[in-house]
Design a protein around this ligand. Structure first.
Ligand code: 5GP
Length: 378
């Protein structure tokens, strides 16, 4: 089959290359091609256990310390970040995750006054200030910075492959030389390097894997998330940069696989939705005559719901690339965090890693046809 595909690709390329011979080389190099080496998602692999002397999972350390290539301060903690979606990237989530030394990328929709008040009164709580590439966002960052220091900035766009995005990173780096800058999203090594060279300390990796993302369906564009993490982290580490695996984690084991694949940080949306610390609309049901929370509305930041809420509707030139769902209401995020941290610790004992930093070195993935016994459900 692969050779068939290769022949098909070759057959397709010949006439295209001939008729493209008068246009610049960069265009010609973009003629259609097929990559035959397997690209993996979390569901395609398991982590092979390894012999070790470790007596208990309580002895492993899930914190890591990082120095950053562009001069930001050192950071130490559990490298997990709540996504800058307006349901999960909240101030309440930041406070809750701070107790575990994890972080939140705040959503873009807090007013300047609220952000200034928060950064001023709780400067120890680890959060990223999120911006896009628009002038409004840049002005908002300047307005907040005029009042309080902003030490961590997340520059977030759906498509990190544009010159405009690279220029925005360069500008934010120039204007914030000492800040920790995380930027994305991309899924390939070449662009990971470009973002780091432009000024990013951490590159956010993931196009299309998200729980409420429909980019792959709407555009056909994407990259299996585990392979994206493996390839981007390899590129980033070569430049002393870091990557954050963003999207596609559905269970604690996926977070372990992301670290195993080389992710330095992991970003979660859907796994943190449905909790008390979220800013989502709660759906109630009645139990014994009492109104109780049943679910929470959760949506992609490119969904109709988000665009209607924040941009006054979906612009005529674009399609929605996110969906709106109801996730079960799950109470305090503390229980979910305990599950996540317990899962990561347990993975570390299975492979004999005492520190999170060792995990990728001690990881061997095995490709699998199935993962779970679902006879009694998922
Ligand atoms: P999750 O952890 O829910 O699988 O993925 C969260 C990530 O999905 C976010 O951090 C963000 O990168 C991505 N995302 C959020 N909303 C949308 C959307 O509407 N469309 C797309 N394509 N991706 C989204």
């Amino acid at each position: 089959m692969p050779s068939l595909l290769r022949r098909a690709a070759a057959a397709y390329n010949v006439p295209r290359l001939c008729c493209l011979k008068n246009i610049p080389a960069i265009e010609r190099s973009h003629a259609m091609r097929i990559e035959n080496d397997p690209k993996l998602d979390f569901k395609d692999v398991l982590i092979r256990p390894k012999r070790s002397t470790m007596p208990s999972r309580s002895l492993v350390n899930i914190e890591r310390s990082f120095r950053f290539i562009h001069g930001a301060e050192e950071w130490k903690g559990f490298p997990l970040i709540a996504a800058n979606m307006d349901v999960t990237g909240t101030i309440a989530m930041a406070r809750a995750l701070h107790t575990h030394r994890a972080m939140v990328a705040l959503h873009k929709y807090y007013p300047v006054e609220r952000l200034v008040e928060f950064f001023r009164s709780e400067a120890s709580v680890d959060t990223f200030f999120t911006i896009g590439v628009g002038e409004v966002d840049m002005e908002k960052l300047s307005a907040v910075k005029a009042e309080v220091p902003v030490r961590k900035i997340c520059i977030d766009v759906a498509n990190g492959y544009t010159e405009r995005f690279v220029a925005a990173i360069r500008r934010v780096r120039e204007e914030n030389p000492g800040a920790l800058i995380m930027a994305g999203n991309v899924v390939t090594g070449d662009m990971t390097e470009a973002l780091i060279l432009a000024g990013a300390d951490i590159v956010k990796v993931g196009i299309g894997p998200g729980s409420v993302c429909t980019t792959r369906k709407m555009t056909g564009v994407g990259y299996p998330q585990l392979s994206a993490v493996i390839e981007c982290s390899d590129a980033a580490h070569g430049l002393k940069g870091w990557v954050c695996a963003d999207g596609g984690c559905t269970v604690p084991g996926d977070i372990s696989k992301a670290y195993g694949g080389g992710a330095d940080f992991v970003m979660l949306g859907g796994m943190l939705a449905g909790h008390d610390e979220c800013e989502g609309e709660i759906v109630y049901t009645e139990k014994d005559g009492v109104k109780v929370p049943k679910a929470m509305v959760f949506y992609g930041m490119s969904s109709d719901t988000a665009m209607n809420k924040h941009a006054g509707g979906v612009a005529s030139y674009r399609a929605s690339e996110g969906k709106t769902v109801e996730v079960p209401y799950r109470g305090a995020v503390e229980h979910t965090m305990q599950d996540i941290m317990g899962g990561v610790r347990s993975m570390m004992t299975y492979i004999g890693a005492t520190t999170l930093k060792e995990v990728s070195k001690r990881t061997t993935f095995v490709m699998v046809g199935s993962q779970l016994n679902t006879v009694f459900g998922g």
